[in-house]
Each structure stands twice: as C-alpha cells, then as structure tokens.
Design a protein. Structure first.
Length: 195
C-alpha cells in the first residue's frame, strides 16, 4: 500500500466507525483484521506510513511483523526521528496494554537520500551506526535524481527504462537499490527459515 493521500481515508474513517459503533474492533487492530482476510494471496505486504502518530501508523505497527524505519542522515532529521520514536514508544505501550501486538521479527533503520561525498552525512551515518549497531542496514539508499524522476511518474526504478536517464546516474541508483533490497530480502528469508 503505497504512501499516498488515499491512505489518509483511514484516518478519517476510523473515528467515524468508532463513533458509529459499527465495529467491535479496536482501532489499532483494523488493518490486521483486513490483512488476515487476504494474507494467503501475498507473501509480503508493505505499508508505507507517514511519520505521524495517527490511527494509520498505530494500526500498521500492530499489524506489522517487521518494521523498517527510514532516516535521512542529517542532524535535524535524526533528532526529529528520535523524538517521533520516543512518542511512538509511549503510545505503543498504551496500545499493548489494550491488547495490541507490538513484537516484530525484525526492526531496522535504513539511511535514505544518502550523499556519500557529504562529510556531515557520513559522520551522522557513522554516529547512528555506533548507537544502533546491527539494527541499521549495512547499505544506505543513495540520493538520486533517477529515483525522484521515477517517482514523478509514479513508477519505481525497476519500472522505468534505463534509457530515460544518464547511464551512470541510473546505474548508481539501481546498484544502491538492489543492495538495500537484497539485505531486506535476506532478513525476510531468515524469518521464513530459508537462506
């Protein structure tokens, strides 16, 4: 479920359903219940939540079996992420006490929009690696105009034609994307008991 404005319907429909009493489900279990009806059709479901503490994020966290947290390696972004995660932790404790599921097969941090030649970004990434250790993916997703341009057409880098970009730009972005995805795939395979 790609992060887009349509997902915001969940934010508006959930309180309406709660007020109307049309659901006996706690708000944080709504996504999990819907996914349980279709889970046999999919190996993996990815839910891209905005960084906000609404019904969608809380429900997605309760439905999740794994969590990938993206962070841009700049001081303001890291501080913002830290504050967000602290508040999320407090809310998830309340949700857990109300019966929500909050255990995961894995939780990792992914550095995004990384510019390898940017000294402060490299320092911040090193700082995060020192703090989070093996909770960080080894590979970072580089900043690339190829990724942004593909996003404008609502496509992934895997869907666009290589000829639309400068070869080096496309190749660097694809290499980075492939390394990140391979690392995530390896964690998923481990959970599934496959190597």
């Amino acid at each position: 479920m790609p992060g887009n404005l349509e997902l915001m319907e969940f934010e508006h429909e959930t309180p309406k359903a709660m007020i109307a009493g049309s659901t006996e489900t706690m708000f944080f279990a709504r996504i999990g219940e819907v996914l349980s009806e279709i889970e046999s059709f999919y190996d993996i479901v990815v839910i891209d939540c905005p960084p906000q503490l609404g019904f969608l994020t809380m429900s997605a966290l309760c439905a999740a079996t794994s969590v990938l947290i993206t962070v841009h390696p700049q001081m303001l972004d890291v501080m913002s992420m830290s504050q967000f995660l602290s508040m999320t932790s407090e809310l998830m404790a309340v949700v857990e006490n109300a019966g929500g599921r909050t255990s995961y097969d894995w939780m990792r941090y992914l550095v995004t929009r990384f510019e390898p030649n940017d000294g402060p970004q490299s320092q911040m990434t090193g700082f995060m690696r020192a703090i989070f250790g093996n909770r960080m993916l080894q590979n970072a997703m580089v900043k690339s105009t190829a990724i942004s341009d593909a996003g404008v057409t609502k496509q992934t880098l895997y869907e666009v034609e290589r000829s639309q970009f400068i070869r080096g730009t496309y190749d660097r972005a694809m290499d980075s994307l492939s390394l990140v995805n391979a690392e995530i795939e390896e964690m998923i395979r481990r959970v599934w008991g496959r190597k």
